[in-house]
Design a protein around this ligand. Sequence first.
Ligand code: ADP
Ligand code: ASP
Ligand code: MG
Length: 414
Amino acid sequence: MPILVMKFGGTSVANIERIRNVASKVKREVEAGNQVAVVVSAMSGVTNQLVDWVREVSPLSNKRQNQEYDAVVATGEQVTSGLLALVLQGMGVPARSWQGWQIPLKTNDAYGKARIEHIESGPIQDAFKAGEVAVVAGFQGIGPDGRIATLGRGGSDTSAVAIAAALQAERCDIYTDVDGVYTCDPRIVTKAKKLNKVTYEEMLEMASQGAKVLQTRSVEMAMNHKVRVQVLSSFVDQTGANLPGTLLVDEDEIMEQTRITGIAYSRDEARITLAEVPNKPGVAAAIFGPLAKADINVDMIVQNVTEDGKATDMTFTVPKADLANATKVIEDSRATLEYKKLHTDANVAKVSIIGVGMRSHAGIAQEMFKVLGEKGINIQVISTSEIKISVLIAEEYTELALRALHTAFGLDAQ
Ligand code: ADP
Ligand code: ASP
Ligand code: MG
């Protein structure tokens, strides 16, 4: 019998009525002859509430505190997995809930943002043999010291893909509140088009540049383990088997190459500029070394040397949540860095255009800059990869930039 993994996000299990809706989708797949593992998120809003409570009582600055964070925030999924198992049983579908530790889904010890190391597939296979649906609490596993660990926000996607890989499932269907992956967030760009297919590589860039429809690590995992992932809606009547959503595919499965496939944005970064740092060898290492030591990820970087070559301005971005910490780290090294001024700005957004078509089309960066220039939008920092160009702009222009680029690159729905 084919194995199918079905994942339902927070809005899809937001209340009992929606959980019943999910159960009927699961029942349909079981009746179609599939062995089904369902992965659920917490009810929408619940994880945010749990995180807020934890932050109210703890600075979360060491491993023990992060373990308690995980103990609290993992509970949302415990509730929905139990409820869905009960509703399925009530409909005559044998089902059982599984917490991360019961599978077990083993992680490393990075509590709060743990990585999956191993999934035991035997116990779920045994449940399948007994004719049961396995309802798995997403987002959680068990760390090396026997403590609950969570996988970072949005981590149920990664639970689902990892379980699909471990079970060698036919497909992993990610049910959410949109009916697929769009050329841009459809809540901001109403003219965004649904993509029938998107390459793993493009989806990876879109996710890591801010398209929250899939957690970045889930795409990474799907790409590495060749899992067929489909994104579809739990609210419209789509069935998984006739592939109505968006399928992640290899590049050779895409017939028509467009210049740009999608546009993503992120409001989660902040900019830091160190003005007039003495321009000598080792200066970049002196700035970024202490930040790395403090576990702060630096994303975009630009350096401008003054005309006389004596000084340099260094501008870079860090996660907004780390801005205060990063500023402190830099200020603590002022004596060694000898910068004249330190500016920070949290009101920035990163806008990225993405597409494998960039490899074979020239002039795309120039076209992007021109479109933004014509709208009077100033570019603060630029970074590129083979299939992506990102720019940092003032946050207030995010929507204008997204819509203008979407139209200019011919992505608007007719
Ligand atoms: P879930 O709770 O099901 O995991 P998420 O809120 O994490 O759902 O992800 C779905 C949301 O992702 C959509 O509601 C949409 O606003 C947003 N999104 C951002 N970029 C895109 C995109 N390119 N295509 C589709 N949805 C996107
Ligand atoms: N409930 C978790 C979160 O809100 C995991 C998830 O929904 O994927 O981040
Ligand atoms: Mg999500």
